[in-house]
Design a protein around this ligand. Structure first.
Ligand code: HEC
Ligand code: HEC
Length: 166
């Protein structure tokens, strides 16, 4: 029993960013500087208005480079803020794409899945009913490459944040 406990403790715990730290940066930037004219949150905005072209966020309607658009002065952001927000858009679109490709066939819409089945407990993303540590679970579930796990858990964390703040 003692040995088991020791083994268990020896497994490195991957700590997700707490919800608070995410909202302190690009999300909050979007909400305070863009949200009053656009969608309140970056996720829904990116999904409706943007798409990835060669890995970069462009306007879905005009195909315009979003970075360039913001550099022209739309939204009055500094260069550092533009980089932050463009990276956020790209991360959102990438994680959506990954979920659509590898998970949606069984789990439906990511937003609904996250809200119904997942939650945060003690700073960790867990199954709402199963209590599972999701980060550990995804090491073998869903056929993700190891570098894709953080992209997907980031997606879930964002989706839980949106539902919390509604
Ligand atoms: C004062 C209102 C206002 C603010 C603040 C604002 N926008 Fe806009 N934005 C608009 C309007 C109006 C349009 C043009 C109509 C449209 O495409 O919805 C637009 C268009 C855009 C487009 C182009 C969409 C497309 O399909 O071509 C992007 C991208 C964009 N805004 C991003 C942002 C970002 C990021 C911020 C925050 C830094 C921001 N906007 C702040 C009003 C605003
Ligand atoms: C072939 C169908 C299938 C695919 C594809 C699939 N899943 Fe699942 N997933 C399931 C089933 C069935 C369960 C429930 C298993 C259980 O509870 O033992 C599950 C459980 C989960 C859970 C745990 C939920 C909980 O309450 O504990 C998470 C998180 C999850 N899947 C995420 C993903 C992600 C992310 C992907 C894509 C990378 C994915 N799944 C792909 C079928 C699938």
């Amino acid at each position: 029993m003692k040995l088991l406990a020791a083994l268990f403790l020896a497994i490195p715990v991957i700590v997700l960013p707490a919800t608070g730290t995410l909202a302190d940066n690009p999300h909050q930037l979007f909400e305070t500087r863009c949200g009053r004219c656009h969608d309140m949150h970056a996720g829904p905005f990116a999904r409706k208005k943007l798409e990835l072209k060669n890995g970069e966020a462009v306007s879905a309607r005009s195909n315009n480079d979003i970075r360039r658009y913001l550099e022209w002065g739309h939204g009055k952001l500094t260069d550092a803020e533009i980089s932050q927000i463009v990276l956020l858009f790209e991360e959102i679109l990438r994680s959506d794409g990954l979920f659509a490709q590898k998970c949606a066939i069984c789990h439906g819409r990511g937003y609904t899945f996250a809200r119904n089945d997942l939650t945060y407990r003690d700073g960790k993303l867990v199954g709402r009913y199963s209590g599972r540590d999701i980060n550990a679970f995804l090491a073998w579930h869903g056929r993700l490459e190891s570098y894709e796990i953080a992209t997907i858990t980031g997606l879930f964390v964002r989706q839980l944040e949106y539902s919390d703040s509604k």
